[in-house]
Design a protein around this ligand. Sequence first.
Ligand SMILES: [Zn+2]
Length: 527
Amino acid sequence: MGARLTVWDGAGVIGGNKVLLEADGRAIFFDFGTAFATMDRYFDEFLQGRVNRGLLDLVELDILPPLDGIYRPDLAPSDGSVAERMRRKPDHRVLEVHAVLASHAHVDHNGAISSLREDIPIHCSPMTAFISKAMQDCGTAYPGDIAYVRPKREDHGLLATDLKATARQRPHVLTATEWTEEAGAFWSRRDGKQRLASVPPRLDASDVAGLRYRAFGVDHSVLGSTAFAIETSVGWIAYTGDLRLHGKYGEITRRFAEALSELRPRVLVTEGTHLGEESALRAQGSLGSEQGVRDRALEVVRAASGFVAADFQPRHVERLLTFRDVARETGRKLAVLVKDAYLLEAMHAIDPAVPTVDADDALVLYVRGKLAATAWERSVLHRLHARRVEAHELRTHPEGYIAALSFYELGELIEIDPPAGGIWIHSTSEAYDEEGRVNWRRLKDWLAHFGVRLVGDFERARAGDPDHLGLHASGHVSGPELAELVDLIRPALVVPVHTEHPEWFRRFEGRREIALPQRGRPIELDA
Ligand SMILES: [Zn+2]
C-alpha cells in the first residue's frame, strides 16, 4: 500500500500551508493555514469575503480546497451552494480527515482551522494551543474559530453567530505531560455572555489517528513552534513548519534535525521562506540573534531622551521580552496593549518563565484612548487596575516608557501627542507584498506628521546607514542553513513549501529526490 502527499496551499507561495498526508487509511493535515496569497489576488480592504455566506466565497475562489466532508456544516448555507461549487472543481473529492497537526500559532499556519469540522482533533504543543485560544478570545471575526466553535445560525440564507448557542472547544491532543490548575482555568475561560463547553485536552501525543508520530520543538519567532514526523507503512513523513537555525536558540532546531535523521525519514516537507534573499537580509543585519537585537535596541534607547515606541510582530513574545529588558536597563517600563497582557497570561499558564504584567515591575498596561468595549478587555483592565497607564502619562513622562505599538495602533499617536524628539523602532520584517509596501509608506507619513524619527529602516540599512542596522532578527532559516539542515536530515525525498523559490531545491538533485508541489496534485509515494 502506498501513500500520498497533496500540498493544498503553500505550493510556490509563502504561507497558507495545508499539506495532506494520506497513508494507511488515514488522512492527516500538516497545518491548515489562511491562504493570504490567494486572498490577495481577489480581495482588498473594501472588497472582502462575505462572512455571512459562510464558506461559499472561499470555496469558489480556491481559498479553501474543494474537499467535501472536512468543513463545518454550519458554515454551508442551506441552499446547497457550497457543495455545488465544490463539485464543479476538477480536483473535487469527498474526504474524511482524521487530524490536523498544527506547527505554530501564526495565522498562515492555523487560521483556516476555523472552517474545519469541530470533531477533527488538533495536535499541537500546549503553547500553540494556548496562544491560539488567546488569539480567538481577543479577536472578533478574525482569525475565527481556531480554538473553539461558535455555531452559526441561518436567517434568509445569511449566516450569523448564534450567541445563544454554547461555544464548543475543539478536541486537542497536546504534547504535554502535565496539566496544571492554572492551565485548566485558562483553557476553560470565556469572558462575556456566550458560554464555552470546555473539553480538557488529551495529553498522550504518541499516536495520531492510530499512527505513531513524533513532535519536535523548533526555534521560530513564536514560542511553541513544532516540527512533526509520522510513521507510515512507506516510512517516516516529516514536516518542518517554520524554523530558523541562527541565533541563541538555533540549537533547538539542530537537535530536531539530528533526532529526525535517526528516523531515516522518507520525506521532508520543508519551508523555504528566505531562499534567494540572503544578501539583502545580511545587509540589513536580520540574520543575527535576539541577543544582537537587544544590544542594538539598548544602544538606540540609551541615546533617546523622550518618547520611544517599539514596533514588532504580534505574538512575538521573545521580542516583547527583549524590549522589556531594554526598558529595565534604561530605567523605563514597557507599556503593552491589553491584548498583549492577555497573551502573556495565556502563555504564563503553560510556561511560568513568561512573565505577566502584574508580576513584572518593568511591564505596565497601556490603556488605549477608546473605552474598553468587550468582556475580555474589561476583565484584563480589572485584574491589572494598578498597572494602568494612559496616553497623557506617556506625553508628560515620555522618558519613563517604551510603548509597544504597531502599525495598526498608529492612531494612538493622536492620543499620546508625543513631544518632539521621539523615536519609533521598527523591529519587524520588511514588507513582502503590495499592501505591506503601501503601509510602509503610511507608517512613514504618520511618523513624519508627529515628528517621530524612524529607526530600523531596511532601505537605509541596506544603503549602509549603520543607525538602521540589526534591529530585527528573522524567524526563518537562510539558504545555507537550510542546505545544512537537509544534509543533516538526509531524507529520500524533499518537498518544498512556504517558499516562492522552490527551484532552489534542485541543488540537491543527485543526492536526493525533489518533488516541486503544485496545488492539489498528489505526490505518490510507493510502498
Ligand atoms: Zn511562522
